[in-house]
Design a binder for this molecule. Structure first.
Ligand code: IVH
Length: 668
């Protein structure tokens, strides 16, 4: 075949595969056998390899993913990804209805949909091509997971037809159907791997995997339920969703127009029963005002739109016997009691353990070993105990005595005033604390060193490392001495440790695992104090001078640097060449666009809450202060700003910028 012929064959196969994907994964119809499909895909991959200049990021061949390590860039959502208000009773729905009636004197219609229980996603299409997929993140900034999303076959990479807007976003839920989830766990069991806890967490976890070729093997699917953009085809949400279906999206067929609240309640009652027959998880019903103009009229609060609400179904509950209680020691020494239960089936999965949170929780419910307890699935991975059946207690039932000594190292536990948890104070000698700190140190958002939990365990147990800084003194021979390590994996680990020496200082500070010093606090401290020496020598008074650093954080930092073992860790990190000073990174100016400039926020904003704006200021290297002074660089002003503030900025000639201008400053 000559080049032109090869290229037209590539186009032909790409179109065929787009079509077969849509038929199979969206419409559940198969027009060709798996074998024929695989043959076409193989032919396409071969031709594309021969014609690299004809690469297309949206080719069906891109759905197989790749092995390269993905780094997820945080990106600004074009429109914040709001969540929904929850209602739990008919009364709350009546409140929703009367608010709508008040604000919309004209007629309106509701649209009822299922509330899919997965991980939300925002897909951007430009000229009919998928160009970006962002997770919800903190609603303002999401993780760019496009490479992983492309592996989900029901998501079109290229839209059908021509009548779609040039640039729009469509939002939906990534989920794993029951069948696929059970199949995954069957394989995990066979391979001796721990099973996944539930489909929702597995779906969310899959999106954040660094290796998209593994994501491609996961049975992920995606329902779309919300279109957003400038030139949408219709003023009706319902109609827009029908258009989206025609463009190739998997828009659920379970979507109903309701003329009044009675019809909404009927829909809810129907699906509260029928949900047991669905092949995927839902946790409620979403009720939306159909007309986009009316949606606009109702507007939104900082967190959620006023034009929609969700009705949450009651979580499933089961009764089972509490067999015993384990006490787990976390990275910070915090003790968490965990109940071992007689295995019981709850909402599709077998439950064996439940979290008890802390001793107050146990006392409050008067939970005792051998009690029959009610277990409920909440938002967390492990379910919780919500009640005890006291009638079925036997005569020998005794109040539970909470432990006084650490189950791992036998040190006497302490409980600080105002804190619910007990702590093991033996920070440097208690094994799970040591391992936990190292795991935190190497984690992705900290030093990003590629080592599994089992590796950390082996390194600590074999005595090769006692703290995170010891990682930098490991040799290849040391690692080769561990079980399961071969030349290549040992090299990879050494390389990954070496690479972490370039991690910027604020992440190193976060990696140290100082209590209450999270990512944002670490960044704030580094932007003020610049070097580890300055932080080490800072007094509580100096630290609380820094904006957003309170006494609790300051005391914890001073405390950390008063311990010899910690100072020794810092010394070892210093010798190893780990970044312990703030370095202006010319390649990373995007992170520092605001370059220490000081902002005061005032008024209310259309697209972001004040907290979101504060976070953005810090993220992009600026400072947010509460009151206007000669040092203020900008007043970020929304609606209804106080007259005294306005007068002050005018006097001091401080420029006033709008929300839009501010977003431009950090985006451009
Ligand atoms: S509409 C501005 N429709 O529920 C509202 N959301 O707590 C946009 N969800 O973050 C969302 N099913 O992840 C909408 N049919 C549905 C939904 C749905 C599930 C999720 C979504 C959202 C969360 C809100």
């Amino acid at each position: 075949m000559n080049k032109d012929k090869e290229k037209s064959r590539i186009d032909q196969i790409r179109n065929l595969l787009h079509h077969y994907n849509h038929q199979y994964y969206v419409l559940a119809k198969s027009e060709i056998s798996d074998f024929e499909y695989d043959l076409l895909l193989k032919e396409l991959i071969d031709l594309e390899t021969k014609n690299p200049d004809y690469f297309d990021p949206n080719s069906p061949s891109q759905r197989v993913g790749s092995d390269s390590n993905l780094e997820f860039e945080k990106e600004l959502h074009s429109f914040p990804m709001l969540s929904l208000d929850n209602t739990y009773s008919k009364e709350e729905l009546y409140d929703f209805e009367s608010r709508n009636k008040k604000l919309l004197p004209e007629d309106y219609e509701y649209i009822c949909e299922l509330k899919y229980d997965g991980a939300s996603i925002s897909l951007r299409y430009e000229n009919g091509l998928l160009t970006r997929a962002l997770t919800r993140g903190d609603a303002t900034l999401g993780d760019n997971v496009t490479a992983n999303i492309k592996t989900i076959k029901s998501i079109p990479l290229k839209l059908k037809g021509t009548d779609y807007p040039v640039d729009f976003e469509i939002r939906g839920e990534i989920f794993i159907p029951h069948e696929g989830f059970d199949e995954m766990n069957k394989i995990r069991r066979a391979e001796g791997e721990p099973e996944f806890a539930n489909p929702r967490n597995t779906a969310a976890g899959s999106l954040k995997m660094q290796n998209s070729s593994i994501v491609a093997t996961r049975p992920l699917d995606c329902f779309l339920y919300y279109m957003i953009g400038k030139d949408l085809p219709s003023n009706s949400h319902y109609e827009n969703m029908q258009c989206a279906r025609n463009w190739g999206f998997k828009v659920p067929n379970i979507i109903q127009k309701c003329k009044n609240l009675e019809e909404v309640i009927q829909f809810i009652e129907h699906w509260d029963i029928e949900r047991k027959n669905l092949t995927y998880d839902i946790d409620g019903i979403v009720i939306k005002i159909d007309n986009l103009k009316q949606q606009q009229k109702l507007g939104m609060t900082a967190k959620s739109p006023r034009w929609a609400t969700s009705f949450k179904f009651k979580a499933d509950q089961v009764k089972t016997k509490l067999l015993s209680i384990d006490y787990q020691v976390g990275r910070t020494g915090a003790i968490t009691p965990v109940a071992n239960l007689e295995p019981v089936l709850l909402a599709g999965t077998t439950v064996k353990r439940a979290s008890l949170h802390n001793s107050d929780q146990i006392n409050l419910l008067d939970i005792r070993v051998n009690d029959f307890v009610y277990v409920e699935k909440g938002g967390e991975i492990i379910p919780k105990i919500v009640g005890v059946e006291k009638n079925s207690r036997t005569a020998d039932s005794k109040t539970l005595e909470y432990i006084n000594y650490c189950p791992e190292c036998n040190t006497e536990l302490v409980r600080l005033e105002g804190e619910a948890k007990h702590y093991c104070p033996n920070e440097t000698g208690c094994s799970p604390q040591i391992k936990g700190r190292i795991e935190h140190f190497i984690s992705r958002k900290a030093m990003n060193i590629g080592a599994a939990e089992a590796t950390v365990e082996a390194l600590v147990d074999s005595g090769l490392i006692k703290d995170s800084a010891d990682l930098y003194f490991l040799t290849k021979e040391d690692i080769l001495g561990l079980e399961r390590f071969a030349e290549k994996s040992a090299n990879n680990l050494i390389e990954s440790i070496e690479k972490s020496k370039n991690i910027p200082f604020h992440r190193v500070l976060f990696a140290l695992g100082i209590r209450f010093v999270g990512e944002t606090v670490a960044k704030t401290i580094v932007s003020e104090l610049k070097t580890i020496e300055n932080i080490k020598n800072a007094s509580i008074e100096e630290l609380i001078e820094i904006h957003e650093i309170g006494e609790r954080i300051a005391a914890s930092i001073v405390d950390y640097f008063s311990i010899d073992i910690n100072l020794n860790i810092i010394d070892k990190l210093k010798i190893s060449g780990v970044q312990l000073e703030f370095i202006e990174d010319l390649n990373d100016l995007s992170e520092n666009k605001l370059n220490g400039q000081s902002f005061v926020i005032s008024g209310t904003f259309e697209n972001h809450s004040r907290d979101e704006l504060k976070e953005l200021i810090v993220k992009y290297g600026g400072k947010n202060t509460g009151s206007i002074s000669a040092k203020t660089n900008y007043l970020l002003a929304g609606e209804n700003i106080g007259p005294s503030k306005l007068e002050k900025v005018k006097k001091l000639k401080i420029p006033i910028i709008s929300e839009e201008e501010f977003i431009k400053m950090i985006k451009d």
